[in-house]
Design a binder for this molecule. Sequence first.
Ligand code: PHE
Length: 361
Amino acid sequence: MKEMRTHTWIDDEIDRLDQELKRDIELGSLSNEELRLKWTGRKQGLLKSAFDEMMTRATTVEEKRAVGQSFNLLKASVENRIAIGEVSRSQRGMLDVTLPGTSQRLGAEHPLIRTSAEIVSVFQRLGYSVALGPEVETDFYNFESLNFPPNHPARDTQDTLVIAAQDAKPLRDRLLLRTHTSPVQIRSMIDGPPPLRLVIPGKVHRNEAADATHSPVFHQVEGLCVDTNITFSDLKGTLDHAMKALFGSSVKTRFFPSFFPFTEPSAAVQISCIFCGGKGCRKCKHSGWIELLGCGMVDPAVFQAVDQRRIELGREHAYDTGKISGFAFGMGVDRIAMMKYGISDIGLLYSGDMRFLEQFA
Ligand code: PHE
């Protein structure tokens, strides 16, 4: 026959806790969170300390089992009652439906992302596809394959942030933060044969002190076109069109000789000053022109490095310098965004200051 359970000190204690919880809920002076903390908090909750005390007081195995069972029941009901208590409290008038609601503020696209997307779409309309690559890059992709040999002074033009403790690796495998988006040119060519028309947006890093026009992190949009019979005129026509699409059809472009290890010949592109129309002003240092990007014809040494890697990976020889040619260009998104929106300090783009960002909503 089943033994009748008699009322014990355990039941008294549980009843006492039960009453106290009831009072706490009805009083309504504690929020749900505070109630939970007070009662079910893992370290200092009332349930935990009462349980510990009762377990110490219980002397027999039966008593300990009874304490455990009663507590399990109590604990399960506490959460429920706290939740229900909240509903009934709000029904008692704590919810005033005539008050204005809590407004959810809608985010807006960051000016850098917006500018980058705008540049990308100009090239997408010309049939370019978007390619992306990693921000943590190897020395091989960021420098060596782009014809910056180890120790070559051209490396000094892109002061680099490197990942620590990699001396055991061969130089070409060491990791760094990419200093430009050009390594994605290499990755894309190793991935697939020509023809290629790619536009490559992304974040890049350089070891530079921050001032009004420099930031150690900034953004670029890169372009790459590889096919048969691609000439410097194609490059000029493409960029002239792109600058007109971005800044207005009255903008003019001009090309100056420049140097990049991975393009030959290389050029710097200037546009007629969008502020004064070319007459000369403070923004263009009274020259009438603003330098905006670097470009050039892909250096045959780059095609050779790509093909060598393709062969190592068991892919076919696809970048025969006798048959194909190409052009590449790269531009700074931050500077273009600053020009477009009249931003005088690049740091604002990275500050996360809502008073600045709100203006773009
Ligand atoms: N990667 C170069 C830079 O960051 C820009 C560039 C890209 C120049 C492509 C030529 C061709 O300075």
